[in-house]
Design a protein around this ligand. Structure first.
Ligand SMILES: [Zn+2]
Length: 215
């Protein structure tokens, strides 16, 4: 498939108010913001935040998410312990919600982000449309990224209310939040138009993997 990009058409879009400008203009005449053909440093920022989020996900999954203190003693559980607990105690619905929000969604979002970054890196422009569809999905589900934190808060509230035990969030909660926030910013800084630029890049310069101005 062939399409004309804004680069070929000699146009650039204001990233703030979406007004179209010729390439010779450097400031938007409608909203006054500096014009960039693509989100500045999109690849570098997305790569770093996606790597940071992956690192944060390790303690988020290995350290305790909740610490329960009762007469019987102290008990700490990771995200997966919580999922297994709810599945074993006939609350499969809650278990599935926690698993989806805390394990499946974060890993899926990061996998897609790395896939998109690699598509650009290796200039797989034939996969650009497929990549864009995946990007739309992760952009859409991003709204529910903090669901897990709400589930933990809700459980803490329920247990405290019933006066069964003292329950506090463990160190994994902080790591999980950092992972979620890093993933959110990574998704925001990713410019999906770069997927389509790879075709232009490949045609212009078939030998070198570099050559498009992202600034
Ligand atoms: Zn503008």
């Amino acid at each position: 498939m062939r399409w004309i990009t804004d680069i070929e058409a000699g146009r650039q879009l204001c990233l703030h108010c979406r007004k179209l400008h010729p390439l010779t203009v450097h400031t938007c005449d409608r909203c006054g913001s500096t014009l960039h053909q693509r989100i500045p440093h999109s690849l570098a920022i997305t790569w770093s935040l996606a790597i940071a989020a992956t690192i944060f996900l390790i303690p988020a999954n290995l350290l305790p998410m909740m610490v329960v203190r009762s007469i019987a003693g102290e008990d700490a559980g990771t995200i997966m312990d919580g999922v297994i607990y709810f599945l074993e105690h006939g609350e499969a619905g809650i278990g599935i919600v926690i698993f989806t929000a805390s394990v499946f969604v974060p890993f899926f979002k990061l996998t897609v982000l790395f896939y998109l970054l690699l598509l650009i890196h290796f200039r797989r422009y034939k996969k650009a449309l497929f990549g864009l569809r995946l990007f739309r999905i992760i952009h859409f589900i991003g709204k529910w990224s903090m669901l897990d934190i709400f589930v933990v808060a809700l459980m803490v509230g329920l247990v405290q209310f019933k006066n069964l035990a003292t329950i506090v969030t463990g160190p994994a909660a902080a790591a999980f939040m950092l992972a979620v926030v890093a993933t959110m910013f990574a998704t925001e800084h990713f410019d999906p138009r770069l997927l389509f630029d790879t075709e232009l890049q490949a045609r212009k310069d078939p030998s070198s993997p570099k050559g498009v101005n992202h600034g």
